[in-house]
Design a protein. Structure first.
Length: 157
């Protein structure tokens, strides 16, 4: 059974590439502020690249709401480092190489391939927004995610 709106977000700790620095990141590290979890199928693939670039371009809007973006995919740290450096991503990319976190959030397709999915977790660790793509050829726009973030309790917007 996968998690949904209103559920407590499953915590996790994954290796991450963050501004060229490798470190471990836990969801709990961001308690007290909203987090946008972006599950994406693969580094340097056309739709994933377009999606993450759009979120990077909209980072000021997310920052203004004190929201942290975390990109999560099954590639390893070396792949994430190349992908982030190539596109100048200013948010961490987390390596879910065994797809355990994708499984916790119900983002794996029928043959174990991660689906493009976005979750917004509020400051208290509750899931407030879920979008799991079926085909994965499109992604949620910055404007939609920012609107959800503005509606969270305590957002001040």
């Amino acid at each position: 059974m996968s998690v949904g709106v209103g559920d407590r977000a499953p915590d996790f700790t994954l290796a991450a590439c963050d501004g060229g620095i490798e470190r471990s990141i836990s969801l709990a590290d961001y308690r007290g502020r909203p987090v946008v979890l972006v599950f994406y199928p693969g580094d340097d693939t056309p739709v994933c690249t377009k999606q993450l670039n759009s979120y990077n371009d909209g980072l000021d809007e997310f920052d203004s709401l004190d929201a942290q973006i975390l990109g999560i995919s099954p590639q390893g740290i070396a792949s994430h480092e190349r992908f982030a450096a190539k596109h100048g991503f200013r948010f961490p990319l987390l390596a879910d190489t065994d797809k355990q976190v994708a499984g916790l959030y119900g983002t794996l397709g029928p043959i174990g391939f991660p689906r493009r999915s976005v979750f917004i977790v509020d400051a208290d660790g509750r899931i407030r927004y879920v979008h799991r793509a079926i085909a994965g050829l499109t992604y949620r726009p910055v404007s939609e995610l920012v609107e959800v973030l503005r509606g969270l309790p305590g957002s001040g917007q």
